[in-house]
Design a protein around this ligand. Sequence first.
Ligand code: FES
Length: 150
Amino acid sequence: MSSEWEKALEEIQRELWADYSETVIDHAQNPRNVGTIPDADGFGRFTGPCGDTMEIWLKVRDGVISEARFWTDGCGTTIAAGSMITEMVKGENAARALRISQQNVLDALGGLPEDSEHCALLAANTLKEAVKDYMAFKKEPWKRAYRKRE
Ligand code: FES
């Protein structure tokens, strides 16, 4: 590849990401915790009004989230939000994780342009579903045998 071509590509990338923080760009381009957890203790799936879906899997030990993974069919900003929220919950008490809000994700990402703020809400809502799922199975573990395979 010619260096002129590389420079042109870099310029396009710079323009595409001009409105985003370094943290957002880093998490979008190098997402952490992508994938699934077999036999997860909590699983959540949420589809936002834009039609994008996120899924989050949690492993919980003694009430503390030891592992979190995510998947999404959304845009780069959604990937950054999923990556960030799964980092934020690791080592967090499940009850406190339930209170992680859209604003908490936005703050951790260094903000998002207004049009993309709903991507942080998608991540927060998906996490809530996963934690609620963990809590429901904790109360009635026998139901785990009847859970649909994700
Ligand atoms: Fe749909 Fe981000 S564009 S959640």
